[in-house]
Design a protein around this ligand. Sequence first.
Ligand code: SAH
Length: 262
Amino acid sequence: MQPWAHPLYPLRYGIPMLERIRIVLVNTYHPGNIGSAARAMKVMGLTRLYLVTPVQFPHVDANTMAAGAEDILDNVVICQTLEEAIGDCEHVIATSARPRTRQALAMTPPECATFVQGTSRGEETAVVFGRERSGLTTEEYELCNKHVFIPANPDYSILNMASAVQIIAYELYQKSLSSFEPVKKETAFPTTKEMKFFLERMEERLESAGYFKGKPKEATLAKLRAYFQRNLPEKAELSLLQGILTQVESKEKVEPNDNDLT
Ligand code: SAH
């Protein structure tokens, strides 16, 4: 019998699908919410908690609310920026209290769990939760390539952040029970850091080609970023795009255009 098919497997061994997921809390204000999120994770078999500039941590309220999940708090990774927390992830899922963001229509929690189940071994997934009062900034949303919204009472659909963690973690856990580890696929995806490098390089090339003249540069770039986030290229496709930029760069060096001369 395969280990994942064993009835006690989820209890006895780590579940591979859950092991490649990290929960990222951005700039959490109340330390009690960090503890509650840790507890919500632990009951659903998640262990990896990343905190981006928590307002107060470590804090006694975090430990009190963790109530048995202090091991998750002990192993927390503290980061100074969201980029630092997700740079090595292929899949970054923003949770949003709005059903639609500029980037895309959001997934429901079960759709999110199905998506994560379909990612392969060796690929890292982050699920990102925003500040209690203001959620995530536009820049932070743009770093994420998927979005999830918990459908709720349209007149009052904003959950407590740790409750949102609980709902997503629940769906991930239920899905993981029926999940067997997909073999590593041929199609690997680039990490967030690799995508960012590509997008910055493309911006430079467009700039030096004078593409932004007479155009709203930031809005144009935001559209391009959203396009690439929605249609995440495979690693091999990104190499192809990088190769195109390298060719353009070397041509520019040989034949500098007007912009280079100014
Ligand atoms: N005013 C903020 C709400 C922040 S609630 C806003 O409009 O975004 C704090 C965090 O809890 C959110 O950033 C999100 O991570 C999570 N959250 C709350 N309600 C949610 C919902 N209905 N669906 C998905 N995530 C939600």
